[in-house]
Design a protein around this ligand. Sequence first.
Ligand code: KG4
Ligand code: ZN
Length: 344
Amino acid sequence: MTDRLILGIESSCDETGVGIVRLGPDGALELLSDEVASSVEQHARFGGVVPEVASRAHLEAMVPTMRRSLEIAGVELSDVDAIAVTAGPGLAGALLVGVSAAKAYAAALGKPLYGVNHLAGHVAADTLEHGPLPDRCLALLVSGGHSQLLLVEGLAHKITELGSTVDDAAGEAYDKVARLLDLPYPGGPPIDRLAKTGNGCAIAFPRGLTGPRDNRYDFSFSGLKTAVARWVERSEKAGDELPLADVAASFQEAVADVLTMKAVRACKDLGIDTLVVAGGVAANSRISGLAAERCAEAGIDLRVPRPKLCGDNGAMIAAIGAHLVAAGAEPSPVDLSTTPGLPV
Ligand code: KG4
Ligand code: ZN
C-alpha cells in the first residue's frame, strides 16, 4: 500500500477550509496544507454568524481556497485519492456549499467521497499534531456551537457522548459575555486577552451544574452569563466604573473551572489516562492552563492542538477522512446530503 492524499473541505459555519493530508501505509498522517478563509469580519457587526452571509461567503471563497491549498501542498487535484467533507452538524446553507463542491470534485475526479462529522473532525485535528490517539481517551469538545464530553474508542466509528451543555455552548457564552462587556465578536480572544490583566478570584460567579445532585458530565453556562449581566447592570445603576478585566477574568475562571473539573472527573470515573481538549475554545489560555495543572495532578496525559488547529479548518476534516479511509470505511453515496443537526 502506498501513500494516499486526502483532501478535506469544511464549510459548516463561517470558515471556508480546505486541507490536505498524506496518509502513510502505516496510518501516519502528515499535514500538507490547511487554508482557511473566514467571513468572521462580515458577521462582527451583527454580533453573531448570519447564515445567509456565511453561505454567500463560502460560495465566493471555495474555489480560491481550494487552489491555494493545492498550491501550498504542492499537489495537483488529480493526485488526490479521496475527498472528505463536513456533512454536519452546522448551518444548512453553509454545509450545502461544501457538500456540493465536494460532490462535484469527487465526481469529476472519479474519487471516493466521505461525508464526515464536524465534531469528530475537531477531535481528529489533534492527531495531526500529536500522532495517533490511544485506544480509549476522553475528549472535551468546546466550540461556538458545542460543549461536550466524549468517550473516544476509535475516531472512525466509536465516539460516545457522555455529557453536553443543557443551554449555551462555552464559545457562545464567551460571545454573549463579550457583547455585555462591549468587546468585539467573536468574544473568546478579546476576553482571553483582557482576563490576563484581571483577577479571576475577584467575583465569585456561579459554576453551573456542579451540585451533588447535578449530572456529572453535563454543562450549563446560561446562569453564568445572566450573573455577568446582573453585575454589569448593578455597576451601571450605582454609577460605578466596571472593573472590566476582573469581570472578564472571573467569568473565564468560572468557565475553565467547570470544564476542566468535569473532564478530569470523567477521566477518573472511567479509568482513562488521556484527555484531548478540542474546538475553538480549546485555544483559550486559561482553559488549557488549568487543564494542564489538573491533568498533571491526576496523572492524565493532556493533548491540546495548536490554536490554528482548534478553530474550524479543512485539515481536521481531511484528518477524520483519512482515519475513515485507513479503517476501510465505505464511502458515502453520490447523493450524500447535509445533516445540520448531526449528532457525534
Ligand atoms: O470551533 P470554532 O472555530 O467554531 C465552531 O465550530 O463553533 O469555535 C468558535 C468559538 C467562538 O465562540 C469563539 O469565541 C471561541 O471559539 N474562541 C475562544 C477563543 N478563541 C476562539 N474562546 C475562548 N478563548 C479563546 N482564546
Ligand atoms: Zn467547529
